[in-house]
Design a protein around this ligand. Structure first.
Ligand code: ZN
Length: 222
């Protein structure tokens, strides 16, 4: 039988928010292209500049008429929606933890017809993803500061124990399609879990209540 009791498994790893350095290194270098979850070769090249594309351009019927890189897409959407492009969009962020470890994130900014998003995706095996949604006229710098504070908060929280049991009675993650097994993973602490791998946590909480809540891009689940 499972030995982990939900009531006895509280860990000291949670809420060490103030241990994460306030100093974030910001890289404004333009040598690296934005990346997308989709492989570039699937999308071909930007019809505007010829760089690797990451976004499909479709017509009113939904048919794909070409692809664009994120930079050209944003310039185009900024023009169409009369939105200011930020003077500088950092491509990377690094956070230094008190334990000497560094967590690096790729930063992606995207303008849509109805808003704009800032997404930070952790670089490496552990892939935390944090995002912020803004209205078209929201200040980019405010969104960026919100993103940094959300990253720091996320880095200070550990939801899963190495044995696959939740640290406390609440877990927050995101859902991502796994191409290899053609099904969705639940990403917790930046690591993928199948639904069946999470099942033992249900057994450990038999008789308890459960809440399943989905959040959209930019939502923070508390
Ligand atoms: Zn382009």
């Amino acid at each position: 039988m499972a030995s982990a009791s939900p009531k006895s498994s509280h860990s000291t790893s949670k809420q060490n928010f103030d241990k994460v350095s306030d100093i974030a290194k910001i890289d404004f270098s333009s040598s690296e292209q934005f990346t997308s979850d989709l492989p570039n070769d699937f999308l071909g090249f930007c019809i505007n500049c010829g760089n690797s594309a990451s976004i499909h351009i479709s017509d009113e019927q939904g048919g794909i008429i070409g692809s664009m890189c994120l930079s050209c897409h944003n310039e185009s959407m900024a023009g169409l929606t009369d939105t200011d492009m930020p003077a500088h969009i950092p491509k990377k962020l690094s956070f230094h933890n008190i334990d000497g470890k560094t967590s690096k994130f790729n930063i992606e900014f995207m303008i849509f017809a109805t808003g704009k998003t800032l997404t930070a995706t952790q670089v490496g095996k552990v892939k935390r993803k944090i995002d912020v949604f803004g209205e078209l006229d929201d200040d980019f710098n405010v969104m960026f500061e919100t993103l940094k504070s959300r990253i720091k908060k996320f880095l200070s929280v550990t939801y899963m124990q190495p044995n696959g049991y939740f640290v406390e009675s609440k877990v927050v993650g995101y859902i991502e399609f796994n191409l290899e097994r053609q099904a969705c993973d639940v990403i917790i602490d930046g690591k993928p879990y199948t639904w069946s791998e999470l099942e033992k946590n249900l057994s450990a909480h038999e008789g308890w209540k459960i809440k399943i809540e989905f959040g959209d891009v930019g939502d923070v689940l508390e």
